[in-house]
Design a binder for this molecule. Structure first.
Ligand SMILES: Cc1cc2nc3c(=O)[nH]c(=O)nc-3n(C[C@H](O)[C@H](O)[C@H](O)COP(=O)(O)O)c2cc1C
Length: 159
């Protein structure tokens, strides 16, 4: 069963998580990149996305250099933005053929996960498996042990 890690990260928490999964299992990994860079002013992004996320905003993203059909399972790593997936991830979910695939969602957040997992399922029609919510305080992962446990069991849970 072939897996790929697909991630987006604005302030690098999710990038570090995706890289840890990649280091342990060597799955292919690709990054979702918005065509237009976000402002480096964190608060500005938080404020503008507060209006955009509820409008189902889908910013343009660069074409991913992969064939989804080659993979059965997608480990989707996303920050939570306003109780859902980050907007560039929203674009990805709407534009790639994910119906019937299995998505393992990894959502980094500050403690308010909202409807992130439900929305991933609703948008894609994919099957959601082994979702994990990773809570950060700034760049510090609070539930590190949950992550380590999840990571160690990522392949065993298959058999
Ligand atoms: C635009 C924006 C909206 C956010 N909304 C939420 C939220 O609804 N709930 C939450 O717990 N954290 C929220 N956060 C915090 C991020 O989810 C958290 O810091 C995450 O780990 C950032 O991942 P990254 O460093 O990979 O970008 C938000 C951050 C940003 C920039």
């Amino acid at each position: 069963m072939k897996r790929i890690i697909i991630f987006y990260s604005y302030s690098n928490n999710t990038r570090k998580i995706a890289e840890k999964i990649h280091e342990k299992y060597g799955y292919d990994m690709v990054e979702i990149k918005p065509v237009e860079d976000y402002s480096t002013d964190y608060q500005k992004v938080v404020d503008s996305e507060e209006k955009l996320v509820p409008l189902d905003y889908q910013p343009d993203i660069e074409k991913l250099d992969i064939k989804i059909a080659n993979y059965e399972e997608i480990i989707l790593c996303t920050p939570v933005w306003w109780y859902s997936v980050a907007s560039p991830v929203n674009t990805f979910l709407h534009n790639y053929p994910l119906k019937g695939k299995t998505i393992i969602p990894v959502a980094t957040n500050g403690g308010w996960l909202g409807r992130t997992f439900e929305n991933i399922e609703k948008i894609t029609g994919a099957n959601i498996k082994n979702p994990i919510s990773l809570k950060f305080e700034g760049d510090r992962l609070i539930n590190l042990y949950d992550f380590e446990d999840w990571l160690n069991n990522l392949e065993q849970k298959e058999q």
